[in-house]
Design a protein around this ligand. Structure first.
Ligand SMILES: Nc1ncnc2c1ncn2[C@@H]1O[C@H](COP(=O)(O)OP(=O)(O)OP(=O)(O)O)[C@@H](O)[C@H]1O
Length: 667
């Protein structure tokens, strides 16, 4: 049984078997198609259906004059047909009359001819000679017909079948799968996309209602298509589907449609514009998407500048070949993608551009820590690099620092201008998955109400935008655990490189984008590195589309270093806290005075938080006792006011002054 099964299975899989099957199917379908074409032509010739179809199409297109002309033609056709039928009724009598009259006239003519002949020869027998000659002719004709009749009758069906087959073949009635391998693989690849190719591809896409509707259309389906226009390295066409066919049905058959168009799946994009029942097809020129796009303008133009508010990062090209530029002004950003597909590179490219605006402050946590962001040392105020729990703790405190700054800005007088502050967490999934628990029993990772990283991100998402505190996150392989719903939905710009599944695509870009045709899961892992599908704000998305596919410029490490150096030169010597070893021991009292600023007094926990933000290495681990001890040692003890412990600015300044007077006392 198993052996028999294997033999059958291997026979079915054998390419020769398939070729034979395809051959048989192809020619049978040509024949069936030919029958259909002839039947349709015959039907069309006998009925006024084609005039009605043309009239409806003209009406639908708003061409009323044309519609009326077709109506008139239809009327004339019907009148002529009626006349023909009436003529047919009286035909037998006319025919009989014609035969009698014709026969008599013929006989008369022959006899007259015979009479003339007899008179000329003088032989009365010649009167019948012409009549006998005609009788002989008829006799011989009957003999010849008798001989050829048999073979003609035998060959007629075959001749008819051959004609039908040829008609079917000319009308390309066999589907793409039944074509010979050579035609399927390369056939028309590279050939321009024409309306008939698009309509045939749609007809054979496997939607019976669509197939039937196209067959019934007078113009073979051309009315469904908008003009085919060149769009970048491909063409674009809108297809208005007939009623009963949904846009989703077509979208689900992307692979089949691409094959029917002689393209690879990744070379055909189906989006859903606003017009009802319409799908927009973008069909790449064969192989065009495998050509690299040019280098980033950041890498080749040393004069390029950036402007946080009004500028746009030259990120890459859309599929039409137009420049795709991203505005990050007051926008949170999220980039997801499978590992090693260009997530860091695409996120870093935007940051490198923005770094050229010297007013922007960066605080960066790279939770992979292999040096992808090391060129930001000396450029970012905070740079955390590493994957351990300690790094996550640092990153969490960095984000909490952003929250503190955001809250300070929110409380500032109206109209205060703030320098843009951008927090970047690359490999943010590491933070969400971190098991570390703080001294206060609050987890750093996770998505609980007490989770510190999660909560800090949420706060920035909710309120950071208006005070120009934004957060950019890069994460791998989204799941509900490593990228909670609230966090993914809090980003204004959502971009995704290739992902494993549609479900992940929905997490990365949201349902609306995926339902509208965004398909990061259809990108090719390894081959489409650096290609992002972007949804949301900050980028120009073609009218009616919910996403745009961008092929980003790749900026390698060397070019990134150069751009960062340029950015540093424009900024002039900034110190990055987390990576710059303190040359001198920290001056606690001076730091406390600095964080107090103009406040008369400040709660001790707030002072600790600000200290941690100012110098995480030194103060992050500080407990309330350590702060109290430092203040006590300087003679500026904290005291209770309104039920909470506070630090007095006056006392701290007095202590500083006392120390200045007696510099030998250590701080
Ligand atoms: N825009 C691009 N065009 C072409 N190749 C690219 C592009 N971006 C990245 N690559 C290639 O992909 C490699 C991986 O890029 P990158 O480190 O940014 O991936 P990643 O998604 O951040 O990986 P991981 O998640 O594992 O850190 C790069 O070394 C580069 O060779």
């Amino acid at each position: 049984m198993t052996v028999a099964y294997r033999v059958v299975a291997s026979a079915v899989r054998d390419e020769r078997t398939r070729t034979v099957a395809r051959f048989t199917a192809r020619h049978t379908l040509y024949l069936a198609g030919g029958v259909r074409v002839v039947a349709r032509r015959a039907w069309s010739a006998r009925t006024a259906a084609r005039y009605e179809r043309a009239m409806e199409a003209a009406q639908a297109a708003g061409l009323h004059e044309q519609a009326m002309a077709w109506e008139e033609r239809g009327r004339a056709f019907r009148a002529a047909r009626h006349q023909r039928r009436m003529d047919l009724l009286s035909a037998p009598a006319k025919l009989a009359r014609g035969l009698v009259v014709g026969g008599a006239a013929g006989a008369g003519v022959l006899l007259a001819l015979g009479g003339t002949l007899a008179w000329a020869t003088g032989q009365w027998a010649d009167v019948l000679t012409p009549t006998l000659a005609v009788i002989h002719l008829v006799h011989w004709t009957a003999i010849v017909i008798g001989i050829v009749w048999g073979p003609v009758v035998a060959a007629a069906p075959w001749l008819a079948l051959t004609c039908l087959w040829a008609i079917g073949r000319r009308a390309h009635t066999a589907p793409a799968w039944a074509l010979p391998a050579a035609q399927r693989a390369t056939g028309d690849a590279g050939a321009p996309i024409t309306p008939s190719i698009v309509v045939t591809a749609l007809r054979d896409v496997g939607i019976p209602t669509l197939r039937k509707a196209i067959k019934e259309m007078g113009d073979h389906g051309a009315q469904m298509l908008s003009p085919i226009v060149i769009a970048g390295c491909g063409v674009e066409v809108d297809v208005t589907l007939p009623s009963g066919v949904s846009t989703e049905e077509v979208q689900k058959r992307r692979k089949k449609l691409a094959e029917n168009l002689n393209r690879h799946e990744h070379e055909v994009f189906i989006t859903i514009p606003t017009a009802a029942r319409t799908v927009r097809l973008w069909i790449a020129d064969s192989g065009a998407l495998d050509e690299p796009i040019g280098p980033s303008p950041l890498a080749i133009d040393p004069q390029i500048t950036a402007d946080y508010k009004s500028g746009r990062a030259p990120w890459g090209q859309d599929l039409r070949g137009d420049a795709a530029a991203l505005s990050v002004h007051q926008r949170h950003l999220l980039i997801t993608g499978l590992s090693n597909q260009g997530k860091t590179a695409s996120l870093r490219a935007v940051a490198l551009w923005l770094a050229l605006d010297p007013t922007v402050e960066f605080r960066i946590a790279d939770l992979k820590g292999v040096g992808d962001w090391s060129m930001f040392d000396g450029l970012a105020t905070t740079l955390i690099e590493g994957p351990t729990d300690d790094h996550v703790i640092d990153a969490t405190e960095m984000v909490e620092g952003l929250v503190a700054e955001m809250e300070r800005r929110i409380l500032a007088p109206r109209g205060t201008a703030f320098a843009p502050l951008v927090g970047i967490v690359d490999e943010a999934q590491v933070a969400f998955m971190c098991p570390a628990i703080g001294e206060d029993k609050r987890p750093y990772g996770g998505t609980k109400a007490t989770s510190r990283y999660f909560n800090a991100v949420r706060k920035i998402h909710n309120q950071g935008r208006a005070v120009s505190v934004t957060l950019w996150q890069g994460t791998q392989d989204p799941t509900n655990d490593n990228l909670p719903k609230l966090v993914r939905e809090g980003a204004h710009i959502r971009a995704s490189l290739v992902l494993g599944t549609e479900e992940q695509g929905r997490m990365a870009l949201g349902d609306k984008a995926i339902d509208g045709g965004a398909a990061p899961h259809k990108l090719r892992q390894g081959l489409d590195k650096g290609t992002v599908v972007v949804a949301g704000d900050g980028i120009k998305v073609p009218n009616g589309q919910s996403s745009i596919t961008v092929r980003t410029h790749f900026i390698d490490d060397t070019a990134a270093e150069e751009i960062a150096t340029r950015a540093k030169e424009r900024r002039g010597g900034l110190v990055t806290t987390a990576t710059t070893a303190a040359a001198e021991p920290a001056d606690h009292l001076a730091d406390i005075a600095a964080v107090l600023g103009d406040a008369k007094r400040m709660r001790t926990d707030q002072v600790r938080q600000r200290l941690a933000e100012r110098d995480p290495d030194e103060y992050r681990a500080w407990t309330a006792q350590q702060l109290a001890a430092a203040l006590e040692a300087a003679g500026a003890d904290a005291y209770k006011s309104g039920g909470v412990m506070v630090v007095s600015r006056e006392r701290v300044h007095q202590a500083l002054a006392a120390r200045d007077e007696n510099p030998t006392e250590s701080h």
